[in-house]
Design a protein around this ligand. Structure first.
Ligand code: PLP
Length: 390
């Protein structure tokens, strides 16, 4: 098996020699000719049953070769049998919840997690009863109706880490879904640790350039079939142009993550020494839950960090206004650095008590380090912090 760095460059491109091309072909067809009805019916039946492909794609809501190509690449990177791509990370999570849902179904969830994921689960909109628990209490909270255990590690926005192996052991026969968006396959492979489903907002590091919204679920072929069926009936598709852009981001994934991680580490150290900053949350600095997992479960602490300002909300909003090189914006995992205020933006949908309980304070800012030179990032961030000192 080639190294991940090699796979990232070549996965999903295995047939280029045979095709005589050097870039992935983009197939924009919405429908495909069916001159042979019997063969067409067989293809239709296979795709409706959730098969990964068929001789004839029939209709683009059932199958698209450009999307299938990047799915194949991501399955290789994540070490899973299959991968199913959706029109966004939230569409991927919604399909996953629909796939595991049973009558009276219950899901155990460890907080914190991405604000909209939290909202989807807590609101009951997905038709599952969400129970929010400490990872340590999972085994004792499993019910006969528990359909899923859902975790996010590193967690958004506090960077808390969750022990995937321990959660898998506690869940027993119940499937475990890990949102691994912050880690990417470069830093963590939950399938190898026993997870049933790995979820990525591919909008973030996988796409990597802030120009495509996408989501994927990596899992076994058996579990992929119902996800494809749900995608076909709900139409939560990734457009082939989006799939092309996502695939285009993959060859540089490891390079981007490693440089961004280096930058995040330097920024975390410098922020920790800054007098306007109360606490820096970054795996490996002793400030996040299960800190030790950064070096065992993960192959590095990642490119996200958060910090709490002494000056609270006022200081945070001043910093957002004062940055010039970092972009004050939600999202993460792009080549450029982003800074945002979780309590006011990404985690706004949570109630105040939940935000307080999970460490999403008024003075908390989250930085997604990009691949710029770190000295330029620090010059910008430290100048912005000076304005917030008041
Ligand atoms: C952004 C994000 C999502 C949602 O993905 P979209 O592509 O925005 O729908 C889910 N989980 C995490 C951790 C995220 O950062």
């Amino acid at each position: 098996m080639p190294h991940l760095h090699t796979l990232a460059v070549h996965a999903g491109r295995e047939d280029f020699g045979q095709l005589g091309v050097h870039a992935p072909p983009i197939d924009l067809s919405t429908t495909y000719p069916v001159p042979d009805l019997a063969a067409g019916t067989a293809s239709f039946d296979a795709l409706v049953a959730g098969e990964a492909s068929a001789a004839n794609p029939i209709y683009a809501r059932l199958h698209n070769p450009t999307v299938a190509r990047v799915e194949g690449a991501l399955a290789q990177l994540e070490g899973s049998e299959a991968c199913v791509a959706f029109g966004s990370g939230m569409a991927a999570l919604a399909a996953l919840l629909m796939a595991v849902r049973t009558d009276g179904g219950h899901v155990l969830v460890v907080r914190p997690l991405y604000g909209t994921s939290d909202h989807l689960l807590a609101s009951g909109m997905a038709g599952l009863e969400a129970e929010f628990v400490d990872a340590a209490d999972i085994a004792s909270r499993i019910r006969p109706t528990t359909a899923l255990v859902m975790i996010e590690t590193p967690a958004n926005p506090t960077l808390d880490l969750v022990d995937i192996r321990a959660v898998v052991a506690a869940a027993g026969k119940v499937p475990v879904a890990v949102d691994s968006t912050f880690a990417t396959p470069v830093l963590q492979n939950p399938i190898a640790l026993g997870a049933t489903y790995v979820l990525h907002s591919a909008t973030k590091f996988l796409g990597g350039h802030g120009d495509v919204i996408a989501g994927v679920v990596c899992c076994s072929e058996e579990n992929a079939k119902p996800l494809r069926q749900i995608r076909a009936v709900t139409g939560a598709l990734l457009h082939p142009l989006g799939a092309y852009l996502l695939h285009r981001g993959l060859p540089t994934l490891a390079l981007r993550v490693e440089r961004a991680q280096h930058n995040a580490g330097v920024l975390a150290q410098r922020l920790a020494e800054h007098s306007a900053v109360a606490t820096v949350f970054y795996p490996g600095m002793g400030t996040v839950a299960n800190d030790h997992l950064a070096a065992t479960q993960m192959r590095g602490p990642g490119a996200l960090l958060a910090f709490d300002l002494h000056g609270g909300h006022a200081a945070a909003s001043t910093v957002m206004k004062a940055v010039r090189l970092l972009t004050p914006a939600v999202s993460l995992g792009s080549v450029d650095s982003l800074i945002q205020h979780p309590a006011g933006l990404t985690h706004r949908v949570l109630d105040e008590a939940t935000r307080q309980a999970t460490g999403i304070t008024a003075g908390l800012l989250r930085v997604s380090a990009g691949i710029e030179h770190v000295n330029d990032l620090w010059a910008d961030l430290s100048a912005a912090l000076e304005t917030a000192r008041g």
